[in-house]
Design a protein around this ligand. Structure first.
Ligand code: UD1
Ligand code: CA
Length: 464
């Protein structure tokens, strides 16, 4: 049976009070609608049609060729949105599965289970419901005395009795495709919101004697719909808990999951320990047996095995095995650290490759540089990579020693094993094995300190 996925994502999301369209609001770093399309991918849906309206171009630009698009020019309700997919599905038959772009927590397993139940029971429609302690705002599932689903009533159309029903419509449902579109044509908008409700299809099918089945999700959070920022934060929390749990079951220690923020695509090797305050984003990959955090903020970076990162920010960086970073380091795009490198406190690395065993222990800036192996960059040494117009390259050979507070004025090259004396400002190439000293020679004036003090004192008295 073909699975025809339809995602309704055309609403504006007024209750978000935002310039950003609702389905583009991120949960754990990914727009709501992205999570929903992920799940359709997971169940290998044969078609994925996203109904777009508000922010159509933004949603299309984000999803790209992951989906097909049907435009709902005016937002007249979920039933009206669903009907927009009909033209694209002409000539295609199977199970139409409707999901909402604002329901990001649905899991592939639940969808599969629902489809299985739908197929086995030969139903015309299967509705996914959930039991909530606080059902306010959701459509309620109406069952008859035998427990069969006979209809769905929206919050705003509920009687007082119906408001007490705690089984809610998640909005996710599957249908015999033909029956869905036939029934949608009969939906009217004579309700509190004057909208064409998708949910009315359930009553219509039931009324014409078609079988409607209810599938209650075991995990009620899966049905959470995001209408406002409170629900957005609740979804974030639920999704985060789910992601953290997956990593823990895979062998990652997370000291305090309630203070650890890991986006969906991040990968972490086993026996890595993640300390509180850590934020792992984008396509970050962390190796095995690492110590990450406390307070590591890592985006789109690759970290090898047995690395320790404390109180640091990494963006598009690569970190080799057994390297240590921080506390308080900043690795910016293009920072590529080899094995057993040491990056200490208040060090910034940008667009620079550092070879195995190299140490930049304190208070340095290394930008636009190629640094060899076992180089020591002393405290406060910096590359002067920018002249106000161009970014220039610094090359440092293996085993070189760069003393404290050295300025390397790029473009400049320091040869293998060379030794640059502390406090030097280097403007010319240093050949391999040479010592470079580029600073004023010191002069001492014996006993002069007291004379100097007297002079300053006299000056001050004169002024006042
Ligand atoms: C809907 C359901 C409700 C269910 C709840 C679950 C209906 C009538 N109501 O209510 O039973 O309990 O979801 O979260 O179906 N959309 C469009 N075009 C429109 C209107 C909406 O594409 O004209 C999209 C929205 O972008 C959104 C989804 O459909 O992703 C749901 O719309 P929303 O307005 O949030 O419906 P709810 O009031 O939450
Ligand atoms: Ca909603």
């Amino acid at each position: 049976m073909r699975i025809l996925g339809i995602v309704l994502a055309g609403g504006q999301g007024k209750r978000m009070k935002s310039k950003l369209y609702k389905v583009m609001h991120p949960v754990c770093g990914k727009p709501l609608v992205g999570h929903v399309v992920d799940v359709l991918d997971e169940i290998q849906a044969d078609r994925k049609i996203v109904v777009v309206g508000h922010g159509a171009e933004t949603v299309k630009a984000y999803l790209g060729d992951r989906a097909e698009y049907a435009l709902q020019a005016q937002q007249l309700g979920t039933g009206h949105a669903a009907i927009q997919a009909e033209a694209l599905l002409e000539g295609d038959d199977g199970i139409a599965i409707i999901t909402f772009g604002d329901t990001p927590l649905i899991s592939g397993d639940s969808l599969k289970e629902m489809i299985r139940l739908h197929s086995e029971s030969g139903a015309a429609a299967t509705v996914m419901s959930a039991k909530l302690d606080n059902p306010f705002g959701y459509g309620r599932i109406i069952r008859n005395a035998d427990g069969d689903v006979v209809g769905i009533v929206e919050q705003k159309d509920c009687t007082e009795d119906q408001k007490r029903i705690n089984e809610i419509n998640t909005g996710i449902c599957c249908f015999d495709k033909r029956k869905l579109f036939e029934a949608l044509k009969q939906v009217k908008n004579d309700n509190a919101q004057q909208e064409y409700y998708l949910t009315d299809v359930i009553g219509i099918l039931n009324g014409q004697g078609d079988k409607v089945v209810g599938y209650i999700t075991a995990d009620a959070t899966e049905g959470m719909g995001i209408n406002d920022r409170v629900q957005l934060s609740e979804a974030e929390q639920a999704m985060r808990a789910r992601i953290n749990r997956r990593h823990m079951l895979n062998g990652v220690t997370i000291i305090d999951p309630s203070h650890t923020y890991i986006e969906k695509e991040v990968r972490i090797g086993s026996d890595t320990v993640v300390y509180p305050g850590t934020v792992l984003k984008g396509r970050t990959v962390i190796g095995e047996e690492c110590q990450i955090g406390p307070h590591a903020d890592i985006t789109d970076s690759t970290v090898s095995d047995r690395v320790a990162i404390q109180h640091s920010v990494l963006l598009e960086a690569e970190v080799g095995e057994e390297t240590t970073v921080g506390p308080y380091a900043y690795l910016r795009p293009g920072a590529r650290l080899g094995r057993q490198v040491k990056i200490g406190d208040f060090v910034e690395i940008k667009n620079a490759t550092l070879g195995e065993g190299t140490k930049v222990s304190h208070l340095s800036y290394v930008g636009d540089a190629q640094v060899g192996k076992n180089v020591n960059v002393g405290c406060g040494a910096i590359t002067v990579n920018y002249d106000g117009f161009n970014k220039n390259l610094t090359v440092i050979g293996d085993d070189a020693f760069i003393g404290s507070n050295v300025n390397l004025i790029a473009p400049v090259k320091i040869g293998e094993g060379a030794y640059v004396v502390a406090g030097s400002t280097i403007t010319h190439e240093v050949e391999p094995g040479d010592v470079a000293i580029a600073r004023e020679r010191q002069t001492n004036k014996p006993g002069y300190a007291e004379k100097l003090r007297q002079r300053f004192k006299a000056n001050k008295a004169k002024k006042s």
